[in-house]
Write a protein that binds this ligand. Structure first.
Ligand code: GUN
Ligand code: FE
Length: 458
């Protein structure tokens, strides 16, 4: 459905325009154009406030949430394996390499069945939207048609998305039943997938984008990696892959290529301004410099890392160096559909890194100093930070940014988010939301100014 030429949203808006900044905009009026882009943010101290508000209130498309909660920017999940959705909450007892071979590749191979793909992806996209994920960066599978189905569903359901056909052609690391039939065929399929997604009916605004997706170096031959690097250049297409995720994976790449993950990816032209590197737990200072110099970023997946990584991503160090960072659920390596959970786990992982975990060591030698992040920083990474990494104007309420928003309803029934106005400030409410909100508390979700989940026409 088409957006109205102009629409207005009124109420309290909370967002994190910078890593260490929570901004609360009370009684604020946001106008949005037909493309879903924010035209103006008018606060009570603006000289035009009274007049603008009068005009807006008289307008047919005026949405006010009054005192019934507040707006947050939509959440940006920078790393999701869409086909692993039916595996959420299962199979977390194995190391990465066995989990792939024994559980994940058999499941992903089922997506050659288009009906299965449609059912699973419909459930996924609807559930993530209901959880407030307005932007999603997806690994699909090696199947071109199922990848297209996922992209079509994102278009239809109104989610902003990056959708990648997974390239995996290495005979040693990929099973016969789930592998690109040849390197050339894999490259052709990735190329086709870019064109198809860009040309989807209803995707004229390119809200759904293709993204080149070498699964990770172990799954791909050098020829495949080089070919994908060429495609990235030729099509100006983003790239996503896993990078230095676990002890096994990190060492495997060094043994095969003589290079660290970042060095090898860079050699193949796969580190670009919009490359998303999932995990990156084992990156050192030199890797960070390479990533920073290319303008690429890291999808930090703190929950999944607890199961598969064997280490904690050095988040504070990366942020201090100016590396772009977003947060990811890594469904189903991370068993949660909520980016609020990613925020919570990013905070607790950083606290564990700072304090250390082995009580047999002296407290002052146990951890890494100043490693912690706080809730404001976590929310920045889940919104604005993801937008910066993807080079997309999303994640905050600013003129020129997309109106991707959540209405957090503080009167939702059966909620764990309890607000006591006698003692809680608005900033407390933000903090509590970050720690306690679930999908119950999200009344409406807008992407590009259009309702994508919750109350239609509120
Ligand atoms: N490395 C290669 N494939 C995967 C995957 O599906 N999940 C995770 N966490 N790591 C991977
Ligand atoms: Fe992953």
């Amino acid at each position: 459905m088409k957006n109205p030429a102009t629409q207005y949203f009124f109420g309290t808006f909370m967002h994190t325009p910078a890593l260490d900044q929570l901004e609360i905009l009370h009684d604020t009026l946001i106008s949005v154009d037909a493309a879903g882009t924010i035209l103006s943010v008018v606060c009570p101290d603006d000289p035009s406030y009274r007049e603008s508000l009068d005009v807006a209130k008289a307008h047919k498309h005026f949405t006010s949430i009054g005192d019934n909660g507040f707006y947050l920017p939509g959440l940006v999940d920078t790393h999701i394996h869409a086909p692993q959705w039916p595996q959420l909450g299962k199979a977390l007892h194995l190391p990465l390499e066995n989990w792939l071979m024994d559980c994940t590749f058999p499941l992903e191979s089922k997506y050659q069945d288009n009906a299965f793909a449609t059912a699973m992806y419909t459930s996924l996209v609807e559930t993530l939207l209901a959880n407030g994920t307005t932007s999603a960066v997806y690994f699909a599978t090696a199947h071109t048609r199922a990848t297209e189905i996922l992209a079509e569903l994102c278009v239809e359901k109104g989610q902003r998305a990056w959708v990648g056909r997974v390239a995996m052609d290495d005979q040693q690391q990929c099973p016969d039943y789930y592998r690109d039939s040849s390197t050339d065929q894999g490259l052709r399929d990735s190329d086709d997938s870019i064109r198809t997604i860009r040309q989807l009916v209803g995707n004229e605004s390119q809200r759904v984008k293709p993204i080149l997706t070498p699964r990770f170096i172990p799954s791909c031959t050098d020829e495949m990696l080089a070919g994908l690097g060429e495609l990235a250049k030729q099509h100006h297409c983003s790239v996503q892959t896993h990078c230095s995720e676990s002890d096994w994976e990190h060492q495997y790449v060094i043994d095969r290529t003589g290079l660290r993950d970042t060095e090898a990816l860079d050699k193949f032209g796969l580190l670009t301004r919009t490359t998303v590197l999932a995990h990156a737990n084992f990156i050192n200072h030199s890797d960070m410099s390479i990533i920073k110099n290319r303008g690429a970023g890291v999808a930090h997946c703190p929950l999944s890392n607890q199961y598969f990584a064997g280490s904690v991503f050095p988040l504070r160090e990366a942020l201090n160096l100016g590396v772009h960072v977003g947060l990811g659920t890594d469904i189903s390596g991370g068993p949660s559909a909520s980016q609020f959970d990613s925020c919570r786990h990013a905070i607790s992982a950083s606290r564990m890194l700072e304090s250390g975990v082995d009580a047999n060591l002296k407290a002052d030698t146990r951890g890494i100093k100043n490693a912690r992040i706080d809730y404001i920083e976590a929310f920045y990474l889940a919104t604005t930070g993801g937008g910066v990494m993807l080079d997309e104007p999303i994640g905050m309420f600013r003129k020129g940014y997309a109106f991707d928003a959540l209405h957090i309803d503080t009167s939702a029934i059966n909620s764990n988010l309890l607000f006591f106005p006698e003692i809680d400030s608005q900033a407390d409410l933000f903090q509590k939301t970050l720690y306690a909100a679930t999908r119950t508390d999200i009344a409406t979700v807008w992407v590009n100014g259009a309702v994508a989940s919750g109350h239609r026409g509120s």
